[in-house]
Design a protein around this ligand. Structure first.
Ligand SMILES: Nc1ncnc2c1ncn2[C@@H]1O[C@H](COP(=O)(O)OP(=O)(O)OP(=O)(O)O)[C@@H](O)[C@H]1O
Ligand SMILES: [Mg+2]
Length: 364
C-alpha cells in the first residue's frame, strides 16, 4: 500500500511536545510533507530557534515514522521555528513578539551582563533580538557592546520622529549612553528618566523582533513602574547572587512583579557569581557568596531555575572590552547558551498557557 501524507500526519500525531504537552499535529507544528520514493520530508515549526528540545523532538519524529509507517523509510525532518507571542494585538510594538524584563533588586549582581549575553545567545540561535538599556542613571550596554561612540539616527516616519537603534553583533540596541556623551554629567530627574524609557519603547523603530530584552536598573524604581505602565511585558527574569542581601532584594523584585496590579509572570531565575573558579583550576569551585541560595529562592517562589553562572575573570573582561562572553567558545559561553535556551523555553510555555499581560493603568 502506498503511503500518503495522512499516514505521515497520523504517525507524527504520536509525537508530543514535552513542554506544551500536546502532540505536534494538534499544535500545528507540522508543515510541507512530501514523499519521494523511500524518502519522507516534512518541516517541524518549533516555538523558538533556541529550543533545547530540538534534537529530542527531531529524533522522536524519525522514530514515530519508523514505527508507524515503516522501518525502511529515510526521514528528513527540517527543523525551523516561528517564535510565539501573546502581543500581536498590543497597541504599542505589536511586531515585537516578546518583551522580557531583566531585574534583580540589588545592584551589581549582573543584570547587564546577563542581558547582554542572553541577547547574544538568542541572536546566535537565529532569533531577531533587541535590547533596551533602561538604566538611565548608569548605562552599561554601550560599553558591553563596544559601541560607546555610536549615535543613533533620528528619522521621520509617518510624520513622527523615531530613533533608529544601533545595531551591533546582529542585535538592535538603545541606551541613554548613545544620546549623552560619557563625560557629560547630565543630572537626570526621575520624570526625565521615565520619559527617556517611554521614548525607547514608543518612539524607536524596533521593526519585527522575536525578543526585546529590557535591562532594568537596580531596585524597584520609577523606571519599573513606567515600563509596566507603557507596555504589556511578556515576563521577567530575575538575576541574583547567592548572597543573603542579594536574595533579600531579589525577593522584593519578585514581590513587585507579582503584585496583583502589576502581574507580570516571572519566567525564571539566574544565579550569577554562583561560585568562583580560577581559569587554571576549573575543577575547583569556591562558594564565596554562599552556596545554592538562588536555587532555594526559585524553589520557594516556584520560579523556574535557569542555571548558574560562575564568577570568572573572563566574564568581567569580556564585559569591559565590549565582546560578550557568549560570543566566545568557552565554559562561560556554554553557561549563557544554556540559560538562553531555558529562558526561550519558558517564554514559549508561558505563551502557550497564559493570556497576554495587561498594561498597568496609571493611578495617582
Ligand atoms: N559571572 C561573572 N563573573 C565575573 N564578573 C562578573 C560576572 N557577572 C558580572 N560581572 C561583573 O560584575 C560587574 C557588575 O555586573 P553588571 O554590570 O552586569 O551588574 P548589574 O546588576 O547590571 O549592575 P547595576 O545594578 O549597576 O546595573 C561588572 O563589572 C561585570 O563585568
Ligand atoms: Mg546594569
Amino acid at each position: 500500500m502506498a503511503i500518503t501524507q495522512d499516514n505521515i500526519l497520523k504517525a507524527l500525531a504520536q509525537v508530543m511536545d514535552p513542554d506544551l504537552k500536546k502532540d505536534l499535529v494538534s499544535l500545528n507544528m507540522i508543515k510541507d510533507i512530501s514523499i519521494d520514493g523511500n524518502a519522507i520530508y516534512f518541516t517541524v515549526v518549533l516555538t523558538t530557534p533556541a529550543c533545547p528540545l530540538k534534537e529530542l523532538i527531531k529524533n522522536d519524529c524519525i522514530d514515530a515514522i519508523h514505527k508507524n509507517v515503516g522501518a525502511d523509510f529515510q526521514v528528513f525532518p527540517n527543523m525551523t521555528s516561528d517564535v510565539t507571542s501573546t502581543r500581536s494585538t498590543a497597541p504599542l510594538l505589536p511586531n515585537v513578539k516578546n518583551i522580557i524584563a531583566i531585574a534583580s533588586g540589588k545592584g551589581g549582581v549582573g543584570k547587564s551582563t546577563v542581558s547582554a549575553n542572553l541577547a547574544v545567545s538568542l541572536a546566535q540561535s537565529g532569533a531577531k533580538v533587541g535590547l533596551i538599556d533602561a538604566d538611565i542613571f548608569g548605562p552599561s550596554i554601550p560599553t558591553m557592546f563596544n559601541c560607546e561612540h555610536e549615535q543613533p539616527e533620528v528619522k521621520e516616519i509617518n510624520g513622527k520622529n523615531v530613533i533608529i537603534p544601533i545595531e551591533q553583533y546582529g542585535i538592535k540596541l538603545i541606551s541613554i549612553g548613545f544620546l549623552t556623551p560619557p563625560d557629560n554629567a547630565v543630572v537626570w530627574r526621575g520624570p526625565m528618566a521615565s520619559s527617556a524609557l517611554k521614548q525607547f519603547l514608543g518612539d524607536t523603530d524596533w521593526g519585527e523582533l522575536d525578543y526585546l530584552l529590557i535591562d532594568l536598573p537596580p531596585g524597584t524604581s520609577d523606571i519599573h513602574l513606567t515600563m509596566v505602565q507603557t507596555i504589556p511585558v511578556t515576563g521577567a527574569l530575575i538575576v541574583t547572587t547567592p548572597q543573603k542581601v542579594a536574595l533579600a532584594d531579589a525577593q522584593k523584585a519578585i514581590a513587585m512583579f507579582k503584585q496583583p496590579q502589576i502581574n507580570v509572570p516571572i519566567l525564571g531565575l539566574v544565579e550569577n557569581m554562583a561560585y568562583f573558579t580560577p581559569e587554571e583550576l576549573p575543577e575547583n569551585k569556591y562558594f564565596i557568596f554562599g552556596e545554592g541560595g538562588g536555587y532555594k529562592l526559585s524553589e520557594r517562589y516556584e520560579i523556574p531555575f535557569l542555571g548558574q553562572i560562575p564568577l570568572v575573570q573572563s566574564i568581567r573582561e569580556s564585559g569591559d572590552s565590549g565582546y560578550p562572553s557568549a560570543m566566545k567558545n568557552d565554559v562561560s559561553s556554554e553557561a549563557f547558551e544554556e540559560i538562553a535556551k531555558k529562558a526561550a523555553r519558558q517564554i514559549a510555555i508561558r505563551n502557550a498557557n497564559m493570556a497576554g499581560t495587561t498594561k498597568v493603568e496609571m493611578t495617582n
